[in-house]
Design a protein around this ligand. Structure first.
Ligand SMILES: [Zn+2]
Length: 311
C-alpha cells in the first residue's frame, strides 16, 4: 500500500495546511469504504499534530513521537476500537475520566475512535457533550465507513472529510469492469454514490433502480395516484435492502433538484415544484426515522396528489 500522502494527496494537503494555519478543528470525521485508508489517515493526522520535526505541516514519520503514535503507544493519543458489535457508553465515559488527569506529555489531546459506526445511541449522545463543550485542547477524530450511520447532531459538530474510494480513474475502470454503462457512471459520480454502489450493487441492479426512480419521479409529477400504486407494484419488488433504499432516495433527490433548477416556467409551476420538494424531504425524514420505505413513498405520492389538485 502506497503512503497515505500519495494516495490522498489533496486531503493530506488540506489537513497539513490547517495545522500550519493553526486552524485545526475540534472534531473530524474521516469516512471511506476503505478502512485501511481511513485508519492510515487518522494516524497520519495525529503524527502531523505531534511531530516536533514536521515540515510544512507534514510529519517526519521517523521520530520518536511519530513511531510511538504508529504503534499506539503515545499517551496523548487515545485510540478507541472494539472487535465487538457495538461501542458502548462505558468506553466514552472511561475516556472522559482520563481527561482530567495530568502528567501527559503535551497540552494537546487526541481521541481517535475507529469504527464510529459501531457507537450506540447512548455513546453517541455522550460523545455529543464532548463535541458541544470541548474540554481544553482536545481533538476528536472519528473514523467510519459512511456518515449515514451517525446522528445528524454529531455530524453537525464535526468537519467531515470523505476519502474517495480510489482515484477517479481507478473508479471509472472498476465500474467499467463491473459492466456499468458510461451514462450510469456519470450519474453515480454526480450523485456521489461511489462507495455505496461499489460495495453493494451490480451494474444491472443499478440500472434497474435508476430506471425505476426516473419513471416514478415522472409519475409523481403527472399522475400521483398511479405513483401510489407503483410503490407496491413496481418499486418494492426490485429494492432488496436498506442500502438500496438509500440509493433510491439519493437518486430521487437528484431528480428533484434537477427539476427545480430547470423550472423557468410559470410561478405556479415553480410553487408546485417547491412544495413537492418539501414533501420529498418530509418523506425522506420519515424513512430515516424508521417509517417503512413503502409507507414513506406512498405518503409522498399522496402529498403530490393533493399538491396537483391545488389543495
Ligand atoms: Zn516525526
Amino acid at each position: 500500500m502506497a503512503a497515505i500522502v500519495e494516495e490522498q494527496k489533496q486531503i493530506t494537503q488540506i489537513l497539513a495546511h490547517d495545522i500550519l494555519q493553526k486552524r485545526v478543528s475540534h472534531a473530524y470525521l474521516f469516512t471511506g469504504a476503505d478502512q485501511l485508508q481511513t485508519t492510515a489517515l487518522g494516524y497520519w493526522f495525529c503524527q502531523a499534530l505531534f511531530c516536533p520535526h514536521a515540515h510544512a505541516g507534514y510529519p517526519c514519520l521517523k521520530c520518536n513521537n511519530c513511531r510511538r503514535i504508529q504503534k499506539g503507544d503515545f499517551p496523548d493519543v487515545s485510540v478507541l476500537q472494539t472487535s465487538k458489535q457495538n461501542l458502548g457508553i462505558d468506553e466514552i465515559r472511561d475516556f472522559k475520566l482520563t481527561l482530567g488527569q495530568t502528567g501527559l506529555e503535551n497540552n494537546h489531546r487526541v481521541f481517535l475512535i475507529k469504527g464510529a459506526e459501531k457507537l450506540t445511541l447512548a455513546a453517541e449522545n455522550s460523545l455529543l457533550k464532548l463535541l458541544e463543550e470541548p474540554e481544553g485542547d482536545l481533538t476528536i477524530i472519528l473514523l467510519a465507513a459512511s456518515r449515514s450511520s451517525l446522528l445528524p447532531t454529531v455530524l453537525s459538530r464535526v468537519q467531515i472529510i470523505n476519502l474517495p474510494a480510489s482515484s477517479d480513474q481507478d473508479l471509472l475502470q472498476r465500474l467499467q469492469q463491473q459492466g456499468y454503462a458510461r451514462p450510469d457512471i456519470d450519474l453515480i459520480q454526480k450523485v456521489h454514490l461511489e462507495d455505496q454502489v461499489i460495495t453493494d450493487l451490480s451494474a444491472n441492479q443499478f440500472s434497474k433502480i435508476k430506471t425505476q426512480v426516473q419513471s416514478w419521479f415522472h409519475l409523481l409529477l403527472d399522475n400521483p395516484l398511479q405513483a401510489f400504486v407503483a410503490v407496491a407494484a413496481s418499486i418494492l419488488p426490485i429494492i432488496e435492502n436498506r442500502s438500496q433504499q438509500e440509493i433510491f432516495w439519493n437518486l430521487l433527490e437528484w431528480y428533484f433538484s434537477q427539476n427545480l433548477s430547470e423550472q423557468t416556467g410559470s410561478t405556479s409551476a415553480l410553487m408546485k415544484s417547491r412544495q413537492l420538494g418539501e414533501q420529498f424531504l418530509h418523506a425522506q425524514k420519515l424513512w430515516s426515522a424508521n417509517v417503512s420505505f413503502e409507507n414513506s413513498l406512498e405518503q409522498l405520492a399522496l402529498a403530490a396528489d393533493s399538491i396537483s389538485k391545488g389543495s
